[in-house]
Design a protein around this ligand. Structure first.
Ligand code: A2P
Length: 259
């Protein structure tokens, strides 16, 4: 269990559905992190901290911190966290960690930020960081969820990115948002992202060269264990290498955390 280092106040809460919400809180002055990293956050329950890993969705330069969270009715943390109010105190560990960073993959013409569910969270930071646009020419965010209302956060993020004071001009030319839905036939884009990649539909819909190639494509993965493993297989078969402690590769992955 990471030590609690900071107590900060919640400044904003937005509920999307019965199972999803985001909130912002104060940022301790001396808390440094890189866009894409995660930190332990929590609440004090009966005198004891309950802490879980959360990706920081706000970029490095933001004066506050933002998080995107699931609500699990019997979850030790999120059953309580979902009821926080502006002004309440939450706990933070001292240090942000994680290697899902634009810095951790080779530069290249196309960067794919692939996610399901709350796995979209770290891309909130990465997409509002100028360094991302300097290192990659075209950036594609994909987000797949079960139901249409589950897409609200990523739809909002796509708007924020385009209107961002630092990245908006880059995003106008370089950023593309793609979503799909798996359990509501009324949505125009149907299916798991893995299937849309295999069938070529993703590339067709975006009007870009099909498939992944190590000379051209860089990929970040953030979803469930099965999602990460399936995509890893697809990427390895296409000849892309995962970044490891010795070499910078063409893709990196992070497990999406369940609060
Ligand atoms: P599906 O509805 O077919 O299970 P969850 O809400 O369970 O976290 O899932 C979020 C989204 O990720 C859902 O649309 C789900 O599709 C999809 N998904 C689940 N497992 C995988 C996988 N192994 N590969 C790709 N997408 C997946």
């Amino acid at each position: 269990m990471a030590a609690v280092e900071h107590r900060v106040k919640v400044t904003l809460i937005e509920h999307y559905t019965d199972t999803l919400f985001r909130f912002r809180c104060e940022r301790p002055e001396y808390l440094k992190f890189r866009s894409g990293q995660f930190i332990m956050i929590g609440l004090e329950v009966e005198g004891k901290p309950i802490m879980r890993a959360y990706s920081i969705t706000s970029p490095e330069w933001d004066e506050e911190l933002e998080f995107y969270s699931i609500k699990i009715q019997d979850g030790p943390l999120t059953s309580r966290l979902q009821h926080i109010k502006v002004g309440d105190e939450i706990l933070l560990s001292g240090r942000a960690v994680g290697n899902l960073l634009p810095f951790s993959i080779k530069p290249g013409p196309r960067l794919w930020l692939l996610s399901t569910g709350t796995g979209v969270a770290p891309y909130g930071a990465i997409l509002r960081d100028e360094a991302t646009y300097e290192k990659f020419d075209q950036i594609y965010l994909t987000h797949t969820c079960r139901q249409i209302p589950d897409l609200q956060y990523s739809q909002q993020l796509a708007e924020w990115v385009k209107n961002d004071p630092l990245c908006g001009d880059y995003a106008e030319k370089q950023f593309h948002y793609y979503n799909s839905i798996t359990r509501d036939p009324s949505h125009p884009r149907q299916g798991r992202i893995t299937d849309l990649i295999r069938s070529g539909k993703l590339f067709e819909d975006l009007g870009v060269e099909p498939g992944f190639h190590p000379d051209r494509d860089r990929v970040m993965l953030c979803g469930s264990m099965e999602f990460n493993l399936e995509l890893k297989e697809i990427l390895e078969a296409a000849g892309l290498k995962q970044t490891n402690s010795k070499d910078v590769g063409e893709y990196v992955l992070e497990k999406a955390f369940v609060g």
